[in-house]
Every structure is written in structure tokens, then in C-alpha cells.
Design a protein. Sequence first.
Length: 309
Amino acid sequence: MSLLSVVVPCYNEEENVSLFYEELTKNDSFFKEKGIDVEILYIDDGSMDGTVAEVKNLRESDGRVHLVSFSRNFGKEAAIYAGLEHSRGDYVVLMDSDLQDPPSLLPEMFSCLEQGYDSVATRRVSRKGEPPIRSFFARMFYKLMKKISKTEIMDGARDYRLMTRQVVNAILSMQEYNRFTKGIFGWVGFRTKWLEYENVERARGETKWNFWKLFLYSLDGITAFSTVPLMIAAVAGVLFCLLAFVMIIFIIVRKLIFGDPVSGWPSLVCIMLFLSGIQFFCTGILGQYLAKTYMEVKKRPIYLVKEKL
């Protein structure tokens, strides 16, 4: 018998814990036919509602259910890492508890592994139900990452992914504190099959990802898997130095030939403000990379466990 570990990060998902369990266990006959045992790892990311109590209720009736509860909210990236670290399966699948990752896809995902793939990933072909502005910026982010990063990050990619133990061990070997899992998946490589499906809206509750959180998350992705912004800052500095040198020559020549006095303080103020903005922008880019480095060298744990069943 092989073992499948189902890793389910949760944060204030009291309403969805049981619903997810019911949908997942509809595949029990398939798992039995394939000779696959299942363990379900709910990773509680410091929930403030009754998520932990719901998981404990499930565990009383099904010993396959396990719980890892954090001491506080560390974020989904930490929950994913904890789930992979505590998983024991020959295969591991990451799934959201809100049923936006349909458990009904699991049989097809396993059939892909049987074809020789190391992992099976999913991507949404539509963003039905999302605000248009959020969808627009999400697409722009993926287009930008394709241009500035050598790591493959698929547009519409979900964290819903079935992996062999070899792939999981490769991901766990990357113990960085600032984690961007979508980039890590692409960086470790391995032969991956992509499955496409229509976007599924949350079963219950509201998403924990607002526009600001997604924006900060995108910055984490850019700084984690691309150094192009640093190059942009350097190139901008060189270009403005050359432009300043050309303008100095132009002003000197104009004064010697035409005798025009140097005037126009309003335009000078505008130029100074513009260049100051460029300088602060470049300093901000450097600050982002420096901040990430600062957090890495502190060697803080990615998460802290309060309770484990």
C-alpha cells in the first residue's frame, strides 16, 4: 500500500473544514482500488474561529485526520511548508479547504503520475467571480514574471498540486524564510503535467486575500526569483548621469554662442523633484532586497507549533 498525504492549509475556515472532508472522501473507493492509504493533514495557521475544534471532531470519527496548529498566524507559505514537512506519504497533494481546488480532479491527477510525470499541477483558465481589477493586475504580474525571471511561473497557477516524494524532498531542501511557493515549484524543476479547469468559487466564507496582501505577495515573488529590478536601478542611474552630462554641455555651449542666461527655475524644480523620485524608487528597490536578506540571516523558524495531533 502506498500513502497519500493531503495537506490542507486553513485560516479561519470553520465553515469549510467538514465540507472539504466530505468532498475528499468521495474518492475513497478510487483510493482503495488503487491500493492507496490516505492521511489528511489540516494545518491550522493560527485561526481565531472554531477551525481547530472542527478538525478535532473529524479526528474522533476518522483516524486518518491529523492536525498541526500554529502558535499564531504565520501565513499560507509557512502552512504549506509545515504540511510538506509533516507529511509521510509517497505522494503529497496540496489543497485549499475552501473547495476552490476540486477533489474530483484527483483520479485524473493520479493517472498523469502513472504516465511518468513527477508532479501534476493545476491552473485556472478563467477568473470567473473575481473583481475585474484584481484579475487584470494578476495577469500583468504573471506577464511581468515571465519577462524578468528565468523560473517558470504559469499564469493562473494554483497551489493545488500532486507530487511524488522526490519532488517534496526537493522543495523541503529550500529552507528560505521568505517563501514564494509558486516560484519554488518552478525552480526545483521535474517533469510536470498541467491540468486546466474553470475557476471554482469558495464554498463558504470570504477570501483572506485582499488586493493589498496580493500586492505584497507579488513583491515577494519578484524579489525572490528575479534580480532584474536591481539591474533597472543601476541602468537608470547610468542613464541619468549621461543625461546630466549632455545637459551641462548643452548649457555651456548655449551660453558661449548665444549668450543666453541660465533661467527657468520652475522647470529646474520639476527636474529636481523627478530625479529625487527616481532616486527614492531605486533606493526602495535596494531596500526590498536588503530587507529580505536581513530576514534570512536572522534564521528565525518558518513557523512555531502550538498543538499537534
